[in-house]
Design a protein around this ligand. Structure first.
Ligand code: B16
Ligand code: MG
Length: 208
């Protein structure tokens, strides 16, 4: 194995709470019911696909323009909350573990559905850190499609078989497996039966 491709939200940094608050305010504004349980279904899913899940509870149909406007409103609220992020928001064990993996000679990349990836990486002090960054800005199909990870492998000039993909979401594990990567699951993905290597903590990546 030559590289690790990391999902961002839920693996390197936790912005779940900010996604929730921004979607909650957007849904409340429309009188649409939304709670933390529905929010769990949005993990790893693209912005527009997340909106479709929220609109399942809407009492009327929304036009394409209205959907774009709602997604835009949510993103403005979310970006505002992201301004508070600092390197201290890296998840437990991330800083030391990434340094140790790099020391061992692995290439390190990001494979995230988020279009806010460059902004988030900058805020947590990882603006120039990774060998490749593939994100919501360079893909046409979201997870569970493997496109985002295949693009990351391509940027690293490696085949999927020589890359681990580290994910917290079921959609991300499905994407990794579909692309021929070795899937490693942390958090909720460590309890998913399709995860090839479930891990109890991020720091255990050093022992792979
Ligand atoms: P944005 P990941 C995903 O990031 C989030 O888990 C998901 O909740 C979000 O809807 C998606 O990014 C799109 O984010 O609205 O910022 O483009 O887990 O793939 O790093
Ligand atoms: Mg994630």
């Amino acid at each position: 194995m030559k590289a690790f491709i990391f999902d961002l939200d839920g693996v390197i940094v936790s912005t779940d709470r900010y996604h929730y608050l921004a979607w909650k305010q957007t849904a409340d504004g429309e009188g649409i019911y939304f709670d933390e349980k529905i929010n769990d279904r949005l993990r790893g899913v693209s912005r527009m696909a997340s909106l479709e899940i929220i609109l399942e509870r809407a009492k009327r149909q929304y036009s394409e323009e209205e959907k774009q406007a709602l997604a835009c409103k949510k993103n403005d609220l979310y970006r505002d909350l992201l301004r508070n992020l600092t390197p201290k928001d890296r998840l437990e064990g991330v800083t030391e573990t990434l340094a140790a993996l790099r020391e061992k000679g692995y290439l390190l990349a990001i494979g995230s559905s988020s279009k806010n990836t460059p902004f988030i990486l900058e805020k947590i002090g990882y603006g120039d850190y990774f060998d490749a960054v593939s994100d919501g800005n360079n893909i046409t199909r979201g997870k569970p499609d493997p496109e985002v990870f295949l693009k990351a492998a391509e940027m690293l000039r490696l085949s999927p078989e020589s890359c681990y993909v580290v994910e917290d979401a079921e959609a991300g594990i499905d994407a990794a497996n579909a692309g021929g990567f070795f899937s490693v699951g942390v958090g909720p993905a460590s309890r998913y039966e399709k995860t090839k290597k479930p891990l109890a903590s991020f720091s255990l990546l050093r022992e792979l």
